[in-house]
Design a binder for this molecule. Structure first.
Ligand code: C2E
Ligand code: MG
Ligand code: MG
Length: 621
């Protein structure tokens, strides 16, 4: 077999190795093996070019008769003018370096004394660079037993093989990078980026496995859902980053109580835990521990903010046998805990029906707003002294296609909870402006008061939207008024004051609704740019039978007047109430005695036939 023939044979065997390669280490090893076994060379080795201070070349794989040769040698690719042998030369120049008849070498700088290769029967050596992306990353060096080996043809063929090997290495590295990227993506699909905890997908899989195990071992298990309190409020007022900081702090506190692998973030402000082999009693104990630990103040934006959380619990198998059922049960229980007076609750089925009804109602309400299924009613307000109509309050109504009329208080509360307040208010505002404009056109100057909720006060676009509506309809500011409940103002007194000041700049009149139920202080009240108080109907309705209510009504009228504010009594259901309020000097009455709320478009007709007819005409005129 000629030298060229053995090189050709080696080349084709090398190609097969390349095709089968799965990782770099075994590729190098296999390559060295076929070179020696099929090509009949004495020894082959592959080294890696290091970027260390010595510029060393580190052997990675070899095959053939070596007998400690590589161990002894200290290969370097240092460019210091010395002759470090053919491998160093190939690495430095990027070209093959051949030495035929090693015995004739005389260089004192070789990595090993010349006797070492000769003793091992190495008579000639060919060193090839391994280049990836134009950079030499290693070498393939081959020793032959024949002093005249590595003629031009053989060197060319082996050089081709070295190039293929380098290509194979590059391909494997790209593949390894892809695998690493895939692993990262897979990890990301299971990890919550903010807290580093497992996410909902991961929890669901863990829970499936835990349920499976519990089923086989006839064990129970508990799922706890921790709903962090005030997240929305903190995000809205202090900003998104502080909201996130609250969640990270809560995640940390939970991890202080339980091993990390058992906690997951399953919703924006919700964490879930799986407690294996645990019943109701132990789950409750953990829930108690969580609420105690989590209810410490949190430092946010330099403020010590009260933190709390509600924990809902659901148990396998009692409350469900799938991950979905248990998570849903735990979530409902957390909501029940929030609505009740404790911080934790175990799921109990009955309320589920109720929540399901509420959930359907929520989506129905969303649709009702979009499809214009709501109606605007209004209820007149009458001046007590003169008996004149001095305005009307806009009240929204919803006739559900299946369930009929839904109590307004109920679906307004639902909209608050479901984040539907903004679209609802937008609908009411647009309808109220359109209505008020048509009255104005018809010569009826009846101010229409729109109710705003706590959420509306936090809506950064509220003022702009209202200003836009005034501009659109070219309406004088006196024709639209706003009512804000005292409790809504007290949710965020400072923020509310700011919004009220901006509303007032539009020139509108403002009323504090349900006054007496919201615990505002006198000093706060004095700062508010409002025009009137509306005494809550619970006091008005009972003022004739309850001394306490009577005192509240009388002192509210005095307080309002002392502050220079008008006073409206709501819930005036009878003539007796009317008369008493007149005696007390109350300014305005609203209630069934005057009128039930009527469809807004029906107001002009009501004005025509109401007992306040003559005064109403005066108001219209
Ligand atoms: P509110 O603003 O205090 O409205 C007065 C409520 O008392 C209305 O209930 C009205 O129908 C009722 N009412 C009027 N006269 C009498 C009476 O003589 N006796 C009794 N017992 N009740 C009387 P409604 O329409 O069910 O509204 C309930 C609450 O829902 C309202 O209380 C208001 O806070 C809220 N609401 C209504 N419409 C809207 C709206 O468009 N936007 C917002 N944000 N809230 C609204
Ligand atoms: Mg009102
Ligand atoms: Mg009210």
């Amino acid at each position: 077999m000629s030298y060229a023939e053995r090189a050709l044979k080696t080349l084709s065997a090398g190609n097969r190795v390349l095709l089968r390669a799965v990782d770099e280490a075994s590729l190098l090893q296999e390559m060295c093996r076929v070179i020696v076994q099929l090509g009949g060379y004495r020894m082959a080795w592959v080294g890696r070019v290091e970027q260390d201070a010595e510029k060393s070349i580190r052997p990675l794989a070899h095959y053939g008769f070596e007998a400690g040769f590589l161990e002894q040698a200290h290969f370097t690719w240092a460019d210091d003018g010395a002759d470090h042998g053919p491998t160093a030369q190939a690495v430095r120049t990027g070209k093959p370096a051949i030495v035929q008849d090693i015995a004739t070498l005389t260089s004192p700088d070789l990595p090993v004394p010349i006797s070492e290769p000769l003793q091992r029967g190495y008579a000639a050596v060919a060193a090839f660079p391994l280049s990836v992306d134009g950079r030499v990353i290693g070498n393939l060096s081959i020793f032959a037993g024949e002093p005249d080996a590595f003629d031009q043809r053989e060197t060319e063929l082996l050089g081709e093989m070295a190039e293929d090997l380098a290509f194979g290495i590059a391909t494997l590295r790209i593949r390894a990078r892809h695998r690493a990227a895939e692993a990262t993506i897979r990890r990301m699909a299971y990890v919550d980026a903010l807290t580093g905890l497992a996410n909902r997908t991961a929890l669901q899989e863990q829970l499936d496995a835990a349920i499976d195990l519990a089923h086989r071992q006839h064990q129970s298990l508990a799922v706890l859902l921790v709903k962090v309190g005030r997240f929305q409020e903190i995000s809205d007022t202090l900003g998104y980053q502080e909201g996130n900081a609250l969640l990270v702090e809560m995640a940390g506190r939970l991890q202080g109580l339980l091993p990390k692998q058992r906690i997951a973030r399953v919703g924006e402000d919700e964490f879930a835990l799986i407690l294996a082999a645990v019943g109701a009693e132990a789950a409750t104990q953990t829930a108690r521990q969580i609420t105690r630990n989590v209810c410490q103040p949190v430092n946010l934006a330099g403020l010590a903010i009260d933190a709390h959380a509600h924990v809902g619990m659901a148990l396998y198998p009692g409350h469900g046998s799938t991950a979905d059922e248990l998570l849903r049960g735990a979530k409902i229980a957390a909501v029940q805990a929030r609505q009740g007076d404790g911080y934790y609750a175990i799921y109990h089925g009955a309320a589920d029906q109720e929540s399901r009804r509420r959930l359907t109602l929520m989506s129905d309400l969303r649709r009702a707003i979009d499809d214009n299924e709501l109606q605007l009613y209004c209820q007149p307000k009458v001046g007590i002294a003169a008996g004149n109509i001095c305005g009307a309050e806009a009240l929204v109504r919803w006739i559900h296609p299946e369930h009929g009329a839904i109590a307004t208080g109920q679906f307004v509360a639902l909209a608050e909870r479901a984040g539907l307040m903004m679209p609802l208010t937008r609908w009411v505002l647009e309808t109220a402006f359109r209505q008020s404009h048509s009255w104005h056109e018809a010569g009826i100057d009846c101010p229409l008061a729109v109710n705003l909720s706590a959420q509306d006060l936090r809506d950064p676009q509220l003022i702009e939207r209202i200003a836009g509506l005034f501009a659109t309809w070219a309406m004088p500011p006196r024709l639209i008024q706003f009512e804000l409940t005292e409790s809504a103002l007290m949710e965020d007194p400072a923020g509310a004051l700011e919004t009220l000041l901006r509303l007032k700049e539009l020139g509108v009149e403002l009323f504090i609704d349900d006054f007496g139920t919201g615990y505002s202080s006198l000093s706060y009240l004095q700062k508010l740019p409002v025009d009137a108080l509306k005494i809550d109907q619970s006091f008005v309705g009972s003022m004739l039978s309850n001394v306490g209510s009577a005192v509240i009504v009388r002192s509210t009228i005095e307080l309002g007047h002392n502050l220079g504010l008008g006073v409206v009594a709501e819930g005036v259901e009878s003539e007796a109430l009317w008369n008493r309020l007149q005696l007390l000097g109350c300014d305005t009455a609203q209630g069934y005695f005057v009128s039930q709320p009527v469809p807004a478009e029906g107001l002009p007709a009501w004005l025509g036939k109401a007992p306040w007819h003559s005064e109403a005409l005066a108001a219209i005129g």
